[in-house]
Ligand binder design. Structure first.
Ligand code: NDP
Length: 237
């Protein structure tokens, strides 16, 4: 399969979990893939060697580093913004600096990266941001900042879809439910609580999310823009 042969793809936050599955998917379909990492240099270097992609250190909390990375990657056919963090706990007890960092990573980076990518993006480019079903539904306490950040991406997609549509550039959000990664392991303490909200009572696989991203990045999705695409075992239903 070489559906993305000759295409240039940048994944922000590609060293582990869902991001790594997205890197693997595009690389296996012939794309030239760049991805960023922050803390996981070893995992990033291993993934780059395995897939023939290139890894770059860039903290998504650093707006200028994000913009520079996008610019230096050259004209992108596909930008995927996957990097994201959660801060758990009582809103009244949380460190405001930690919450601002979350907003920088989860909201500011997707916005500035998308705008910067669009400057050089060719006709028909694709911008895909990994949101969360928590942008639609937050059924537990202690995660309001995360929910805020993922809801904000819905506005990003709706607005930038209109800004870039004349050039055939689409902007979409993929909204996973519980996916088996380091951040949310399928055998973790949240398992039963999360599965209780779902119709399909299992964690999703990173590869399942990567499949949806590949569809949105592909030629069949040219009419799909400004939209949220939920993949969640009916967590949000
Ligand atoms: P992981 O914690 O397993 O992996 C996160 C990835 O993002 C890593 O590659 C990490 O790189 C990167 N990253 C985190 N912070 C930064 C940063 N400041 N700068 C650059 N890269 C960064 O998370 P998941 O794979 O589970 O989640 C990926 C995305 O999917 C996130 O946006 C998350 O909100 C979303 N999501 C996940 C769900 C789940 O259940 N797993 C459900 C819904 C949404 P490094 O280790 O190198 O810092």
């Amino acid at each position: 399969m070489a559906a993305f042969a000759g295409k240039s793809v940048l994944v922000l936050g590609g060293s582990r979990g869902i991001g790594a599955a997205i890197v693997r998917r595009f690389a296996s379909e012939g794309a030239k893939v760049h991805f960023t990492f922050n803390g996981s240099r070893e995992a990033a270097e291993k993934l780059a060697a395995e897939t023939g992609s290139e890894a770059f250190a860039a903290d998504s909390a650093d707006r200028d580093a994000v913009i520079a990375r996008v610019r230096e990657s050259g004209p992108l056919d596909v930008l995927v913004v996957n990097s994201g963090i959660a801060v758990f706990g009582d809103a009244l007890d949380q460190d405001p600096d930690a919450i601002d960092r979350l907003f920088r990573i989860n909201i500011h980076a997707p916005y500035h990266a998308s705008v910067e990518a669009a400057r050089q993006m060719p006709e028909g480019g694709r911008i895909i941001v990994i949101g969360s079903v928590n942008g639609d539904r937050m059924p537990v306490p202690g995660m309001a900042s995360y929910a805020v950040s993922k809801s904000a991406l819905q506005g990003l997609a709706r607005g930038l879809a209109r800004d870039f549509a004349a050039r055939g550039i689409t902007v979409n959000v993929v909204q996973p439910g519980p996916i088996d990664t380091d951040a949310n392991p399928a055998d973790g303490p949240m398992r039963d609580l999360l599965h209780g909200f779902m119709a399909i009572k299992r964690h999703g696989k990173p590869e399942e999310v990567a499949g949806m991203v590949a569809y949105l990045a592909g030629p069949e999705a040219g009419f799909v823009t400004g939209a949220m695409h939920t993949i969640d075992g009916a967590f949000g239903a």
